[in-house]
Design a protein around this ligand. Structure first.
Ligand SMILES: NC(=O)c1ccc[n+]([C@@H]2O[C@H](COP(=O)([O-])OP(=O)(O)OC[C@H]3O[C@@H](n4cnc5c(N)ncnc54)[C@H](OP(=O)(O)O)[C@@H]3O)[C@@H](O)[C@H]2O)c1
Length: 392
């Protein structure tokens, strides 16, 4: 059989498995959830808050705490990454559909919404602001500063966390989001020209002024976390973490545990790949999708890396859960202070993702997922050279 034919056969098998897993999930939903109900969910709370104690639309029933003490933040076990609603994920819905989806997420109990100045740039914050209008008392909004822009265009070779720029971004983000205070303000990428102490002190002042409630950092090392935390306690670290990129397990998660800092894995499905929805035939819109420039998303890399997705299909099939659910539930089961912020543009995916919060794995199951995925060598770096120089 030719390579192409083999690939096509493999793809239709994957697509069959995905359909089978989804159907299985739907058919099995009641018994699986009842079983979990009978025990406890991952956060140890009973799920009797379901209407009449019966199965209904997927809703979040568990909440977690990011950070500790005065700067703690109680959030839904799954957050919503808003970036892909209009940026970086090729096709996106029109504004009305995107806003409707955010409203669905809120109605289903999600209270954590993540955006950034740089998504668009600017347009994602504006969309999120519009979508959250009227829901302010039910949601927590996180956004980010630190990239450098000149005339609305990002300067890829530099970052800007100067106090003046942090203040400027804060004012502009508040305006675009149409809110009085930012619930958590992350530094997006480290700025080699501004000491982290100065960054932390600036956010501390913004907190004292009431413009920001909490502080976070993305993609930083342990030294930076310790130095920043000593000036302004950090609520959450937001860095890449999923079954194809587990580097934060080396040191970062241990430090978060020690200091009482929450962890928010971004791209928890590795930008959709771990769901099984992408393969070597997927084409990205290079004008609006960073995956087009990521080494792990070349057709060759995706073709090779689908072996990992096959493991997730195989693991989930007999349990009635999809690869996306295995990937998200694995993160959620890892630590009670981890809160993934999956992005989606589709209600069906949102529902599938919400159900991940009800799935509880045993230690043996966690070990099996980790051992089987780690045994497969990953092809392609997670970032290209320019992006890689900015992350740990
Ligand atoms: N701090 C940082 O540097 C940083 C970097 C990147 C991202 N982020 C944050 O993390 C959030 C999520 O990251 P991400 O969008 O890169 O990656 P992701 O959440 O891993 O993946 C999103 C992609 O997965 C697809 N998807 C979601 N659920 C699915 C399901 N159940 N089945 C099939 N496909 C599914 C979505 O497509 P559909 O629309 O078709 O569902 C979307 O294209 C962003 O919105 C952003 O807030 C932060």
């Amino acid at each position: 059989m030719s390579k192409e034919n083999e690939n096509m056969k493999d793809n239709s098998r994957r697509s069959f498995l995905k359909t089978a897993a989804l159907t299985g999930a739907a058919l099995c939903a009641s018994p699986v959830l009842d079983k979990i109900n009978a025990a406890q969910n991952v956060d140890g709370k009973s799920q009797s808050s379901r209407p009449n104690g019966k199965f209904s639309l997927p809703v979040i029933t568990t909440y977690r705490t990011l950070g500790t003490g005065k700067f703690a933040m109680k959030v839904s076990t799954l957050g919503f990454g808003c970036m892909g609603l209009n940026y970086h994920r090729s096709q996106h819905p029109d504004k009305k559909a995107a806003i409707n989806l955010v409203h669905e997420a809120i109605e289903r109990g999600i209270n954590l919404f993540d955006t950034a100045e740089s998504y668009g740039p600017y347009t994602n914050e504006t969309l999120v602001g519009e979508a959250l209008k009227g829901y302010r008392d039910r949601v927590l909004v996180t956004t980010k500063f630190g990239h450098k822009f000149v005339n609305g265009k990002r300067v890829m070779t530099e970052e800007d966390s100067s106090p003046a720029n942090i203040r400027k971004v804060c004012e502009e983000s508040l305006r675009r989001l149409n809110i009085e205070t930012i619930d958590l303000f992350y530094q997006h990428r480290a700025d080699p020209h501004t000491p982290i102490e100065e960054v932390a002190a600036t956010v501390k002042q913004l907190i004292q002024e009431g413009k920001v409630q909490r502080f976070g950092l993305c993609e930083v090392n342990t030294d930076t976390i310790r130095r920043a935390h000593a000036i302004q306690p950090i609520t959450a670290i937001q860095s890449e973490y999923h079954l194809m990129f587990r580097r934060v397990e080396d040191e970062i998660l241990g430090l978060c545990e020690e200091l009482g800092i929450g962890f928010v894995p971004y791209s928890p499905l590795n930008r959709g790949f771990l769901s099984g929805a992408l393969n070597e035939y997927t084409r990205f819109d290079a004008t609006n999708d960073n995956r087009a420039a990521l080494p792990r998303f070349t057709p060759e890399a995706m073709c090779a890396n689908l072996r990992i997705v096959d493991v997730l299909y195989d693991f989930g099939r007999t349990r009635g859960i999809t690869p996306a659910q295995v990937a998200q539930a694995w993160l959620i089961n890892k630590k009670p202070w981890i809160v993934p912020i999956t992005g989606t543009t589709k209600l069906s995916h949102l529902e599938e993702n919400i159900r991940s919060t009800d799935i509880r794995f045993t230690t043996e199951e966690m070990n099996e997922i980790e051992a089987r995925t780690a045994a497969i060598p990953i092809v392609g770096d997670r970032y290209n050279a320019a992006e890689q120089s900015k992350v740990q």
